[in-house]
Structures are given as C-alpha cells and as structure tokens.
Design a protein around this ligand. Sequence first.
Ligand SMILES: CN1C(=O)c2ccccc2Sc2cc(NC(=O)[C@@H]3CCCO3)ccc21
Length: 138
Amino acid sequence: TVPAPKPPPEPDMNNLPEHPMPPHQKKHALNSIKAVKRLKDAGPFLHPVDTVKLNIPFYYNYIKRPMDLSTIEKKLNVNAYEIPEQVLSDFKVMVNNCHLFNGKDSAISHMVNNIEASFEKHMLNMPPKDLPAPTTHK
Ligand SMILES: CN1C(=O)c2ccccc2Sc2cc(NC(=O)[C@@H]3CCCO3)ccc21
C-alpha cells in the first residue's frame, strides 16, 4: 500500500521559547534569509518540497524534518528561535535533507551548498546578543 504523503510540519508554534532572540538579532537573521531568497539558486528552496508536483510520495518517509527558506522566515517572524545557532541549524536541516534525498553530488545539492555558503557569510556579521549601551557623547 502506498503510504499517504505527510504534510510538511508547521514551525513548532506550540512551544515558543520564553526568551526569543532579541529584535536586533532577529532583524539580522531575517535580512540574511531575505538576501539568500534573492539568489539564483534559491528557487527550489523557497517553499516546502512539493511531493505532489515532484511526484515523490515517499519523500516524507525518508525526510523526517522537512525545512525550507519560507519556514525559517516564518519561524523567525513568530519568534520561535532563541539563539542564531538555531536558525543555522534549521538551515543545515534543509541542506542535509537535499544531500540525503538527491545525493551530495547532484545538481540540486550544489545549489543548496551555494546558498548555504552565502547564508553563513551573512550570519558572520550577526550582532552580539547584548548590544553595548548607547553612549551619549558630551
Ligand atoms: C529541494 N528539492 C529537492 O530536494 C528535490 C526532491 C526530490 C526531487 C527533486 C528535488 S529538486 C527540487 C525541485 C523543486 N522544484 C519545484 O518546486 C518546482 C515545482 C515542481 C517542479 O519545479 C523543489 C525542491 C527540490
């Protein structure tokens, strides 16, 4: 019997963190995701893998944590992340899903590697959690 394709899980809205990432870090992470979404190689990663359009009903049987750029952006907007590393780890889930399902040397995996490199470069400029107090020059 063909297993019914499972819908991609929504961001874990149920247990949002008590102390989410502060606004200046959230803003930087959102800008980084927006910059990646504009890359030529980002197309297939903008939305959850569409198992019907791609005719891969087994996808969610292999890929237990589907992830894509729109889901990361949504999680940022609902303050689902506590620290920037959690954003990076969701990004890596998306990368590893692609490597696992398509093969590390596939064209689509080279595309996801490109956008991951770009995202990591943006995240190098992430401001520290506790910004220095604004100094008032006399
Ligand atoms: C990341 N990834 C994949 O990992 C994937 C999974 C199975 C088969 C092919 C691919 S490459 C791929 C292609 C699209 N393409 C599309 O979404 C559009 C709509 C359906 C055909 O092109 C989206 C995701 C994707």
